[in-house]
Design a binder for this molecule. Structure first.
Ligand SMILES: *[C@@H]1O[C@H](CO)[C@@H](O)[C@H](O)[C@H]1NC(C)=O
Ligand SMILES: *[C@@H]1O[C@H](CO)[C@@H](O)[C@H](O)[C@H]1NC(C)=O
Length: 220
């Protein structure tokens, strides 16, 4: 087997770890893939709540030709949206990726570079309006592929995106094994997993909870 395909997952303070870790869990299992975690510096980054840390393995300078780019979401994504160095890095590496992907609000960063303009994409329900302002055709699907751009909705859909990528870069046979290893066999609990299904009352409650957490995290 030749060179391994390199998957670069972007890290930052305030990352929604499941967005970053679900694709890692799916892809690192594959024999022809290695996953790296990239950020401005090598070191630790705090999750959305501020209690869990994850470490980057490389800096943006180190990683110039990833085969797959994964941009996770999370409250901290807002600090990257005006970060010229990161935006430029994304534009540059996208020129050579097989797939450029985002999970949840990570799609806002791809949109900021113009990569999502005029195409179909999805994102976490809480930032759909923000994404639409970038001229994106919003989709209600959990995972959306337009050419080499793949976007996933919330954190749980990152598993589905990971499985899709596994099938695309290795084979469906491997993707099926990965699904079993993760025992991804969801028995949906309450049927409130999308705003459409949840309805306005649950959506309002969830929004309140989300913003209360955002406030706590920013004071942490
Ligand atoms: C993660 O980064 C922190 C701080 O930058 C460092 O102290 C720690 O040793 C790193 N952990 C690993 C496992 O590399
Ligand atoms: C990416 O490729 C496009 C078209 O081939 C080119 O115009 C652009 O300069 C490249 N961008 C970077 C950052 O290398």
């Amino acid at each position: 087997m030749g060179r391994k395909l390199q998957v670069a997952v972007v890290l930052f303070d305030g990352v929604a770890v499941l967005d970053a870790i679900a694709p890692y869990e799916c892809l690192q299992l594959l024999p022809n893939v290695e996953v790296v975690f990239v950020a401005h510096k090598i070191g630790s980054f705090k999750d959305t709540f501020g209690y869990l840390s994850v470490n980057s393995t490389h800096t943006f300078q180190d990683i110039t030709h990833p085969d797959i780019l994964v941009v996770p979401g999370g409250l901290g994504i807002k600090n990257l949206l005006k970060d010229e160095a990161v935006l430029e890095w994304i534009e540059q590496v996208d020129n050579n990726t097989l797939y450029t992907t985002a999970v949840g609000s990570g799609s806002l960063l791809l949109a900021e570079t113009g990569l999502l303009t005029g195409i179909s994409a999805t994102t976490h329900w809480s930032v759909k309006e923000a994404l639409e302002k970038h001229g994106v055709k919003l989709s209600d699907d959990r995972v959306v592929q337009e050419g080499k751009i793949i976007t996933a909705a919330g954190p749980t859909s990152a598993i589905e995106m990971g499985l899709k990528l596994a099938a695309l870069v290795t084979s469906e046979e491997f993707a099926k094994s990965v699904q079993l290893i993760l025992e991804y066999d969801p028995q949906v609990m309450y049927g409130t997993g999308s705003t459409t299904k949840a309805g306005p009352e649950v959506t309002a409650k969830a929004t309140t909870l989300l913003y209360a957490n955002e406030l706590r995290a920013s004071n942490h």
